[in-house]
Design a protein around this ligand. Sequence first.
Ligand code: OOG
Ligand code: NI
Length: 266
Amino acid sequence: MQQQLFNELWKGYTDQNPSAQAIHDLFSNEGELVINDHVAFRTFDDPRMNIQVLAKKFLKAGYEYVGEYKFEDKHLNAVHLEHPGEDAPRVFISELILSEFSDEFQKIIKNRLNSIGNAYYSDPDLIHKGSVWGKPSYEIYQKLREESEYGAWLYVHGFRVNHFTVSINALKKYDSIEKVNQFLKDNGYPMNTSGGEIKGSPEVYLQQSSTLSDIIKVEFEEGVYDIPACFYEFAIRYPDESGNLFSGFIAANANKIFDSTNYREA
Ligand code: OOG
Ligand code: NI
């Protein structure tokens, strides 16, 4: 039942980030079944568009809140939702805590958020809408980065799925994160090495890795510039003390996954 929603999200994501489709096809061509462990979204903690607002679409579809996370150094809150009745991907939503930034940073973001009517934010399809605010400024993008790469990314890209995640548990031949990473590197995809290529360990029941975001051309007020968009993630889960596969997220892993969208030269 969630298939249509995830198909739409996949279309928007792969249209913008062709490497995700290419990697998906590489695994399919190896005879692998590509299943999504989770998808992730980013937002600001402004009450017009915070986690609760983005979660609405999923709550309506039968999802429930399961986990809560905090990232002090990145000034983020996050939650994850699961669908109790269906084999649907987990949904991870984070939000930037604006009050923890400089006055100037807050002013820039507030101006952008106020540049459109509040009705835009109550659209149930907000999660597909991307940058609802029109052309960004490259100078401001670079300025926001001094305080938050996440904030700068969100200022430009707006509301869209930030990554899909391949479940390594569902792969046959590529049955470890080491094998997956090697396969990606052999095919020329640069990996996020922040905190090491593999985030987590069997001891915390979750290992993750991700590609670096695709660099795409974005039209700014000042002209067209190459900047990072979205990435593809890979996750393997292990049984916890209860004997069931661990289903949550690990803040220390996630903290480094966020860095996949950091600005870098093309
Ligand atoms: C989310 C980073 C965290 C995970 O699986 O722990 C994450 C983001 O980059 O928006 O995806
Ligand atoms: Ni993720």
